[in-house]
Write a protein of this length. Structure first.
Ligand code: DQA
Length: 145
C-alpha cells in the first residue's frame, strides 16, 4: 500500500522559510519521520509542487497508485475548489495537515476548502502533524495490525 504525502506551494522552503512559524525541519525530515512510523508493507511517496495543476494531476494519478493521501495544500487550502474537486474524485482516506495553527493566524487562513473532504485535520503540531497523520492513515487503511 502507498501513502501519497502531497505538499503545496512554498513548502519546498520548509525549514528555511519563516522558521519562527514553520520551524527548522525540512521536507526531507518530514519524509524520514513518516517512513519511520510506517509499518512494513506501506510505502511513502512524498511530493511537493508550487503549481496547482501539478498537484491536481498527482491527485488524479493517486486514484490508481495510492491507497491514501496526506495533504498540506499550503495557501491553496484557502483558495482551491479545484483541489477539493480532485480530492472528491479520490476514493481513499485523506488527512489534511498544516504545520502552523492556521486558526491562530490571519482570518484568510481560517477557511479551508479541503477540510470538507478530509477524514481528519491537523494544525499547529509542527512537522509532527505529518507523523500523526501517517499513523492515522495506517489505522484507516488497516495497515500494521
Ligand atoms: C500552511 C498554512 C497555510 O496558510 C500557508 O499558506 C502555508 C502553510 C501550514 O502548513 O501551516 O503555506 O499550510
Amino acid at each position: 500500500q502507498t501513502i501519497l504525502i502531497l505538499n503545496g506551494p512554498n513548502l519546498n522552503l520548509l525549514g528555511r522559510r519563516e522558521p519562527e512559524i514553520y520551524g527548522h525541519e525540512t521536507l526531507a525530515d518530514v519524509e524520514a519521520r513518516c517512513r519511520a512510523v510506517c509499518p512494513a508493507g506501506v510505502s511513502i511517496d512524498l511530493r511537493q509542487s508550487n503549481h496547482e495543476g501539478v498537484l491536481i494531476d498527482w491527485i488524479h494519478e493517486a486514484r490508481e497508485s495510492a491507497t491514501a493521501i496526506v495533504i498540506n495544500p499550503g495557501a491553496f487550502t484557502h483558495t482551491s475548489i479545484a483541489i477539493l474537486d480532485a480530492l472528491n474524485a479520490f476514493e481513499g482516506p485523506v488527512i489534511e495537515v498544516h504545520v502552523s495553527n492556521v486558526h491562530r493566524r490571519e482570518a484568510f487562513r481560517h477557511h479551508s476548502y479541503v477540510s470538507g473532504r478530509a477524514d481528519g485535520v491537523i494544525a499547529g503540531f509542527g512537522i509532527e502533524g505529518y507523523e500523526a497523520a501517517t499513523r492515522r492513515i495506517c489505522t484507516l487503511i488497516g495497515a500494521g495490525h
